[in-house]
Design a protein around this ligand. Structure first.
Ligand code: SF4
Length: 325
């Protein structure tokens, strides 16, 4: 199967400055060597708790924050190495949908203008009447009324605003969309509608998604592949069925234990996620997860585990997991 995006050893290190002269005294390794692939026409979910670096990784791939190392191949282009001029023609292909659709939509622009802005900037539909017809069609496609183009973002509900943000991304005919927790600010019933819409659009347009979320139920519903991130690194990745059915990394197991199951809700207490993620400013030595890991041993406190391929499609980073076969 083809790859829409191949990320290798992505790093995003932020300088920490102190004192009168703002001297650099260290680095926060928000993303510290992340490798993952987004297969063409499919969804890779990047999951982890807030602060694990998943949003920063997504933004770095679209050059919204500067990366410090690694590569991200989109076709023959390494996105991270492109100059702004080389990047410009690819902006059509690579779009992002954000968690808070209200913050991402300009409150002073009408919905039609919001959709038109990106098309004009990227040279989509130079003909005005064709552009106008496209806007009407897009609004209808995402489940809104074409007449809504004359209204302002504040006149819409959260779910409708996310539909507008999706229409804006679609307006430039993208190939890959980075979705950053697009439903986590919405009511549960609305979440399902937006996830369904994203799934339909993927099938219709052959879109590839890098879907950033903390929610494993969403991963199960939408994604084909999953990469679990902890303190700037991927600790387990593989196909969704295998990772969710048979998690191999203790952190993946902990996340799964924290998912409330309908059949047990109120009857038994779930174990839940134990403790907090340490600060990326000062990560623990050895395996970053060891302070929270119930099965940690001495090796875990001193050395960071290497990647181990446990199957053709699955990679895990844990001292207790051994190579298969
Ligand atoms: Fe736990 Fe050790 Fe595996 Fe880290 S390497 S997840 S501390 S068992």
């Amino acid at each position: 199967e083809g790859k829409a995006l191949e990320v290798d050893a992505l790093q995003v290190h932020f300088p920490v400055r102190k004192g009168l002269f703002r001297r650099v005294v260290g680095y926060v390794k928000a993303v510290d060597g992340v490798s993952l692939d987004v297969p063409a026409g499919e969804t890779l979910a990047l999951v982890g708790e807030s602060g694990c670096g998943k949003t920063t990784a997504g933004k770095a791939l679209l050059k919204l924050v500067p990366s410090s190392g690694g590569s991200a191949h989109y076709g023959e282009h390494d996105l991270l190495a492109l100059s702004p001029r080389q990047w410009q023609p690819l902006r059509r292909d690579l779009q992002m949908i954000f968690q808070d659709p209200f913050a991402s939509l300009n409150p002073r622009m009408r919905v039609g203008e919001i959709l038109e802005e990106g098309m004009l900037a990227l040279g989509v539909e130079p003909d005005m009447s064709a552009r106008s017809a496209r806007i009407d069609g897009l609004l209808r496609r995402v489940g809104l009324d074409a007449a809504m183009r004359h209204r302002f973002p504040h006149e819409f509900s959260g779910g409708q605003r996310q539909r507008i943000a999706i229409a804006r991304a679609l307006a430039v005919s993208p190939k890959l969309i980075v979705c950053d927790e697009p439903t986590s600010a919405l009511d549960v019933s609305v979440q399902a509608q937006i996830l369904n819409l994203l799934r339909e659009l993927q099938a219709e347009y052959g879109l590839s998604y890098l879907f950033i979320t903390h929610n494993l139920a969403v991963v199960d519903y939408l994604a084909h592949h999953v990469a679990v991130m902890y303190l700037g690194r991927i600790v387990e990745r593989g196909r969704v069925e295998e990772v969710l059915r048979d998690p191999r990394h203790p952190y993946t197991r902990m996340l799964l234990d924290a998912v409330p199951r309908i059949e047990t809700a109120g009857l038994s207490k779930r174990a839940g996620a134990k403790g907090d993620m340490p600060s990326p400013l000062n990560p623990p030595k050895g395996c970053h997860f060891h302070p929270r890991c119930a099965v940690a041993n001495d090796a875990c406190r001193t050395s960071y585990p290497d990647e181990v391929s446990v199957s053709a499609t699955r990679v895990v980073r844990c001292h207790l997991v051994s190579r298969e076969g």
